[in-house]
Write a protein that binds this ligand. Structure first.
Ligand code: PGA
Length: 253
């Protein structure tokens, strides 16, 4: 059984003070459970303060992006090494908002993924189709390209712990969630491609999260599906009560 992952992507929300307040609220309701991991991804400015706040709790820390070089004259960029140093264990890469607004490509996603692994960070690599692509029947082709491009030259030994987040762009922040059946169909497809690219063992070990309007009301149905190993949560991760409820999902199967 793969260990579930619930990750909260706070995007560009919360000052340091607000971030610390949210995590201290979350700590009260979240207790250690063998079957799940809890991650929060605040903006860069709150990473270091939160690394102290989460000590001794079940919460792990992720950044929302990184650059691929270790250091250098790259104004405005932050390296995986620096993220590790600030207390991160994970880093989100290739989020659709970065692809859409910040010219992220499969090639840059791949460079970031490899650099993160080199620094000892676990990438949470996001892939997902746009509405037009789904309507044109291109979902699987788009995902296959993103998956192949993003994981290019990542050797088997580095795939341990690797996390993929399937986030249909049309479901992000729109209130429109993919149905558990739609999500499962895609997750099973992704796992099949991983099996082809690596092996059955590798494919069975990689966690595939669903993201896109995950809420307390739909998490249990999503988690009942065999290939859905967790969730990447945006809006509903910004409040302690909704995020705690999502973290406390009940697995029906
Ligand atoms: P949402 O965002 O839950 O607000 O739809 C998910 C994400 O962008 O990771």
């Amino acid at each position: 059984m793969r260990r579930a992952v619930i990750a909260g992507n706070w995007k560009m929300f919360k000052t340091v003070k607000e971030a610390v307040a949210l995590v201290s609220e979350l700590k009260k309701s979240l207790t250690e459970a063998d079957d799940r991991e809890i991650i929060v991804a605040p903006p860069f400015t709150s990473l270091f303060p939160l690394s102290k706040e989460i000590k001794g709790s079940v919460i792990k820390l992720s950044a929302q992006d990184c650059f691929w070089e270790k250091e250098g004259a790259y104004t405005g960029q932050v390296s995986p090494l620096m993220l590790k140093d600030a207390g991160c264990s994970h880093v989100i890469i290739g989020h659709s908002e970065r692809r859409q607004y910040f010219a992220e490509t499969d090639e840059t996603v791949n460079r970031k993924a490899r650099a993160s692994l080199d620094a000892g960070l676990i990438p949470i690599m996001c892939i997902g189709e746009m509405l037009e692509e789904r309507e044109e029947g291109e979902t699987f082709a788009v995902l296959e390209t993103q998956l192949q491009g993003g994981m290019q030259d990542i050797p088997v030994k580095e795939t341990e712990g690797f996390i993929i987040a399937y986030e249909p762009v049309w479901a992000i922040g729109t209130g429109k969630t993919a149905t558990p059946e739609q999500a499962e169909e895609v997750h099973a497809f992704i796992r099949g491609r991983l099996e082809k690219a690596y092996s059955r063992t590798v494919a069975q070990g990689i966690r595939i999260l669903y993201g896109g309007s995950v809420k307390p009301e739909n998490i249990d149905a999503l988690m009942a599906k065999p290939d859905i190993d967790g969730a990447l949560v945006g809006g509903a991760s910004l409040k302690a009560d909704s995020f705690s409820r999502i973290c406390q999902f009940i697995r029906a199967c």
